[in-house]
Design a protein around this ligand. Structure first.
Ligand SMILES: C[S@@+](CC[C@H](N)C(=O)[O-])C[C@H]1O[C@@H](n2cnc3c(N)ncnc32)[C@H](O)[C@@H]1O
Length: 256
């Protein structure tokens, strides 16, 4: 396939390309991978460079960008921790965005998608699959270095606590980035979707300077992209928790 007519690199992420086509904007990533297509996306070539369409109906990050997300976007040379990589639909695009000099540590806990992710990583040199539970960040801390950004799409009731724990452990302290694809349907029926988003924002605001959240409907119903940049408070709190000595286990106490 010939490349789309006008490739315009995004200012904050040069491997992300916007293409205006009639009345809409298409997103493409300059890829580090090789064919075949991962999820039915289109491929195009220009000289030695290859590109893949980044489909908003398949990826919450792409949908957020289409809905004018102004927060952090993975960029060339960066290291990102990706929680809930599944079989790599979005993680492969994040690996494209960080390019050959960057790295994506893609955490997934379910074996079936993880197996597909492993196979995909053979064709995506900057993608590093990690089979682990994101609720236990210390269990994979030997495999993941300090990162520039954390992206999470885990659709769990405690998704906010999970990303905060991972960000406090892995994010670089100077304005590290957080992008959370928040699934409000996983957060209980006691509140509406906008109320869940407000609660998540309130929780995150203690450790992050947040950007305006964007709603991902109609691409992903009930989902929002939420995130921003880390503040020193995020790490101070985590350091305090680490410094507080745990009580010695007392059989006397546990019998009571
Ligand atoms: C909505 S899917 C992710 C889709 C993927 N981010 C994409 O856009 O291609 C959510 C994934 O999170 C994974 N997940 C849920 N809880 C997790 C946890 N605690 N640790 C690691 N992965 C988890 C699930 O197994 C599932 O594959």
């Amino acid at each position: 396939m010939r490349p789309p007519r006008v490739f315009r690199p995004a200012a904050d992420s040069p491997r992300l390309l916007r293409v205006r086509s009639d009345d809409r904007v298409e997103l493409w990533t300059e890829t580090v991978g090789t064919e075949p297509s991962v999820y039915g996306e289109r491929w195009a070539y220009s000289g030695s460079r290859s590109f893949r369409s980044f489909e908003p109906a398949r990826s919450k990050l792409s949908a957020g960008l289409v809905r004018e997300w102004r927060g952090p976007v993975p960029s060339e040379g960066e290291r990102w921790l990706y929680l809930g990589a599944a079989s790599g639909t979005t993680a492969s695009h994040v690996a494209d965005l960080v390019g050959p000099a960057g790295r994506v540590y893609a955490v997934e806990r379910s074996l079936r998608p993880f197996h597909r992710l492993l196979t995909l990583a053979l064709r995506w040199p900057s993608l590093d699959p990690v089979l682990a539970d994101a609720r236990e960040p210390r269990s994979f801390s030997g495999l993941v270095p300090s990162v520039d950004g954390v992206y999470a799409d885990i659709a769990q009731a405690d998704q906010v606590e999970i990303v905060v724990a991972n960000a406090a452990l892995f994010l670089r302290e100077a304005r590290g980035a957080l992008v959370l694809a928040l699934k409000t349907a996983s957060m209980g029926r006691d509140a509406s979707a906008p109320q869940h988003v407000r609660r998540a924002e309130e929780e995150l605001a203690a450790g992050f300077d947040l950007e305006r959240s964007v709603r991902l409907d109609p691409f992903h119903r009930g989902h929002y992209l939420v995130g921003g940049r880390a503040r020193p408070e995020l790490f101070r709190e985590a350091r305090r928790a680490r410094a507080t000595p745990r009580r010695a286990h007392s059989p006397e106490r546990s019998r009571r």
